[in-house]
Ligand binder design. Structure first.
Ligand SMILES: [Fe+2]
Length: 357
């Protein structure tokens, strides 16, 4: 097994609060109608709208899991973690730079504290949201195996429609300040590193964090973080009921001429079946099913990072999936990180580029 040579990622013994769920993501979009076309074809359902925002939901009982706000420029605007109780909110509100506890105006209400992580991402901690009734959804298809004949005198006909999204699964971020950002999420939200992929020098390239739900199994990752040269949204992922929903999703999104990013394949870390699509602004959205579940006692795995380490089978990861966009903003970000971030060096960027660009 390769060795990790940095302090992070590492679980924290006494975190400020514990995240119990990834509650929602927020995006700024210049064209809400175009954004809505993509999200509808992708499988999300409109929950409600306000004068300048649209809220989307999955089939679960969360009042919403995705918000698009009308804005001049497209941007990832942050995300919300649900925390277990008001004590957690109080503790988080006392951190430097945190907001006071506020009433929530989003669907489902509740209370929140607004924070900024060391990379500058907006992170909201939310509590006491009111759940809504779950939407009807199809059951997983009965599969025939040579050992188990589950479908006799019947056919396999999944509906030809946008796949039902069961819930928001995870979000993946690129950061320049990997050590500080990793330490912040483990210390303040109790996230547990499930697996880390390291570069040849032992420094982390990607970490997959899960929620600490004790003996209750949690997704292998709810937040993942990749070493990059500036803070960027990488992708977010949404759970589907089965592999046929994934395949049907691909058929429908292709027929609607949306931009495919990668898939279908099976990941190694997290093991899920995946299929990635891009929204009109190039933001990647993942359909997935059959992901790994770990309880809190599972120790962290350390692995070498490589392009081949991203999937067990399926289309190999295209270069376009990780190649950074070169423009004035990213060039400025790169220069700033090279000057100010301890985790970003030319040597490391060369190692990353050899693998991912
Ligand atoms: Fe993912």
């Amino acid at each position: 097994m390769p060795e990790l040579t940095t302090p992070q990622p590492c679980r924290h013994a006494a975190p400020t609060a514990k995240a119990i769920k990834l509650a929602y993501l927020m995006f700024d979009r210049p064209d809400l109608e175009r954004a809505s076309e993509f999200l509808t074809d992708f499988g999300l359902v409109t929950a409600s709208r306000s004068a300048d925002a649209l809220y989307w939901r999955a089939a679960d009982t969360a009042p919403f899991c995705y918000c698009i706000r009308k804005a001049k420029k497209a941007a990832f605007a942050g995300f919300g973690f649900e925390v277990a109780n008001m004590d957690d909110l109080v503790a988080l509100s006392q951190l430097a730079g945190a907001s006071a506890i506020e009433d929530v105006s989003y669907p489902g209400g509740g209370k929140k504290v607004v924070l900024s992580d060391p990379s500058g991402f907006c992170v909201e901690a939310i509590c006491a949201q009111r759940p809504v009734a779950a939407l009807p959804r199809r059951a997983a298809l009965p599969l025939n195996f040579s050992e188990a004949r589950n479908r006799v005198n019947d056919t396999q006909r999944p509906p030809v429609a946008a796949p039902e999204i069961l819930r928001l699964g995870h979000v993946v971020l690129e950061v320049a300040d990997f050590q500080a950002s990793s330490a912040w999420y483990t210390q303040h939200f109790g996230l547990i590193p499930s697996d880390v992929q390291v570069l040849p020098d032992g420094s982390p390239a990607v970490v997959f964090f899960r929620l600490d739900l004790g003996d209750t199994p949690a997704d292998h990752h709810t937040l993942a973080m990749a070493q990059g040269f500036m803070p960027l949204y990488s992708h977010s992922a949404y759970e589907l009921v089965d592999a046929d929903a994934l395949g049907m999703g691909q058929r429908l999104l292709r027929e609607k001429n949306w931009q495919h990013a990668w898939g279908i394949g099976r990941h190694i870390l997290g093991s899920q079946l995946f299929d990635y699509w891009q929204d009109p602004w190039g933001a990647k959205h993942e359909h997935y099913c059959d992901g790994d579940l770990f309880t809190a006692d599972q120790p962290m795995g350390v692995h070498s990072v490589s392009r081949q380490a991203m999937a067990q089978w399926g289309q190999s990861m295209p270069l376009s999936f990780t190649k950074p966009k070169i423009n004035l903003v990213t060039l400025r970000g790169l220069c700033r990180s090279l000057r100010h971030s301890e985790d970003v060096t030319l040597k490391k960027l060369k190692m990353l580029a050899r693998i991912f660009a």
